[in-house]
Design a binder for this molecule. Structure first.
Ligand code: BGC
Length: 535
């Protein structure tokens, strides 16, 4: 299709001329949305290990954590439901808010939804920074969670709708890297403020306002997307925005495609009924299990509680926070490794390698902890054993960050045909948030009950999920979404669910990309569009 090829080429050229105004700003908005989320993941563990913070809000935990190591069961010294609620309440709020954000996106558009999310998040950051009691802390975390739910549901969609197709894949990647960078920045802030005599924790919690301010201001000045205007019946506005962001008056073809895509989406009245049809069983099961397994790797034990965990294994305040910075750095770098290799090595290779690596590391960490504390939890870590534990925790984080971290979002996003896409994506986000909450809430209690065996518990799940990937998750690298049914049809197990006439049935109706020749780009576009959420 020579003509099509020419259109794509010229679109790329035209687009390049206008990269500055809209796309760069969109990137900043995306990055700050991801930073907000990551900052929250990374900040709470450091704060809950700070002396002044514990003394003020959780004095009984503080007394336990200060008791001499021979008197205290090390596994249980941070076990407090209230302390874990401080961390995990955010994810429950985000789970509920993502449904509200979905509705808000449809009714009021992306811009208003981001604005509202940013403002709610800002209020939460201020309440936390000025907190006087536990109630203020938890209310602040809930508001942050609502902000995160709104941002995570909206920003990736906003980006995919604003960006020309050829950079959509890259934007998805930016969002993931931004999340891990947010975690690292939070680790660094915690390390920095721990040197302050007083109120360091207030800075840690209050500085969450910075990425939120950027996103809120971004939302004030950015236009809404063409798709969002079309969805709300404002076709003239949609066309003029499209002309501005593409930098040409000649957008008729793309505009027509957007109208058609919107019409198809409107006609899918019952996505929740559709997704339960037998022919979508592979997608449904994979989309339920992948976010569940991602959380059952135990990664957020490290992301939320690394400093507490490092203190548990006998490190001082400073070195615990420093060790958290190191794991944060490993996380960012390994995520970048994944993004550079995922289309070369494929999803399955990364999943299987990452799973094996995490499994070995978890077993070694469990044995190291067992060798020092046994089951009684009494004793002290020797320095070499402590260092070895940190090294294996870093290798574990690397294994996660180039497999289940990004792929836990990417794979569910690339297997849905249009007619069940939004329902599937909602399931993915909500299952992820639900189990993020559950792990955040029960980890310290489980550590107290299972002791070093907790690491075997997560290792057991890593075995199950790796076997699951091996047998049930086919390679989706470079498979255009509209051809995904062929993958299921060729699969030893899933083929029984796919009717013979269904191959090629899942038409990709989103025609933002103007050429069939460009199926890879098209595919990447979908990945971004669905990078972490649904509307
Ligand atoms: C997960 C988060 C996790 C983060 C760590 C994400 O993919 O969904 O729960 O904290 O990776 O980098």
């Amino acid at each position: 299709m020579a003509g099509g090829g020419f259109v794509v080429e010229s679109t790329v050229k035209r687009y390049e001329g206008h990269l500055t105004a809209y796309v760069v700003i969109s990137c900043i908005v995306a990055a700050t949305g991801g930073l907000m989320f990551g900052y929250d993941i990374g900040i709470s563990g450091g704060v809950t290990s700070m002396e002044e913070f514990l003394k003020k809000f959780f004095p009984s935990v503080y007394r336990k954590s200060e008791a001499s190591s021979t008197d205290t069961n090390q596994y249980c010294k941070f076990d407090s439901q209230l302390l874990t609620l401080f961390t995990s309440s955010l994810y429950l709020a985000a789970l509920v808010a993502s449904f509200a954000a979905s509705a808000s996106n449809k009714l009021f558009g992306r811009k208003i939804t981001m604005l509202v999310g940013g403002i709610i998040f800002l209020v939460g950051a201020f309440i936390n920074g000025f907190a006087q009691d536990v109630a203020m802390l938890i209310i602040g975390r809930i508001l942050l969670g609502i902000g995160v739910g709104f941002a995570n549901t909206t920003v990736p969609v906003y980006l995919s709708e604003m960006a020309p197709p050829n950079i959509r894949g890259a934007l998805n990647i930016c969002f993931q890297v931004a999340i891990t960078s947010g975690i690292l920045i939070a680790n660094l802030v915690n390390y920095g403020v721990s040197k302050m005599k007083h109120n360091g924790w207030r800075w840690s919690l209050g500085l969450a306002a910075v990425p939120a301010l950027i996103m809120t201001f971004g939302a004030i000045f950015l236009p809404d997307t063409p798709n969002s205007f079309i969805q709300r019946g404002k076709h003239d506005k949609a066309k003029s925005i499209l002309q501005s962001i593409r930098g040409t008056q000649n957008v008729d073809e793309e505009f027509q495609d957007l109208l058609e895509a919107s019409e198809v989406a409107r006609q899918v009245k019952h996505p929740w009924t559709n997704i339960r049809k037998r022919q979508y069983r592979p997608q449904l099961i994979i989309t339920l299990l992948i976010p569940f397994f991602q959380q059952l790797t135990g990664i957020n034990v490290i992301m939320f509680y690394a400093p507490v965990l490092f203190k548990t294994i006998g490190m001082g305040d400073n070195s615990s926070l420093m060790a958290a910075v190191i794991t944060g750095l490993v996380n960012v770098i390994s995520t970048i490794v994944s993004l550079l290799t995922v289309d070369k090595f494929g999803r399955r290779f990364l999943f299987l390698e990452g799973g094996g690596q995490m499994l070995i590391c978890q077993i070694v960490v469990a044995l190291l902890i067992a060798s020092q504390f046994g089951t009684s939890g009494h004793g002290e870590f020797s320095k070499p054993v402590g260092n070895a534990a940190i090294a294996f925790i870093c290798l574990y984080v690397a294994g996660f960050a180039w497999s289940w971290g990004p792929l836990g979002w990417l794979v569910p996003s690339e297997i849905f045909p249009m007619e069940i896409r939004s329902a599937g994506q909602s399931i993915n986000v909500s299952v992820n948030m639900l189990f993020t909450f559950v792990i955040g809430q029960v980890f310290l209690t489980l550590l107290c009950a299972f002791k070093y065996g907790l690491f075997f518990f997560f290792a057991g799940f890593v075995i199950i999920m790796t076997v699951f990937i091996f047998f049930f998750v086919p390679e989706t690298k470079n498979v255009p979404i509209e051809e995904m049914n062929r993958v299921w049809k060729a699969h030893w197990f899933w083929k029984r669910y796919i009717p013979d006439d269904a191959v090629g049935l899942a038409h990709d109706t989103d025609n933002n990309v103007q050429s069939n020749n460009n199926s890879n780009e098209k595919d990447k576009g979908k990945n971004v569009e669905l990078g972490s959420t649904s509307v």
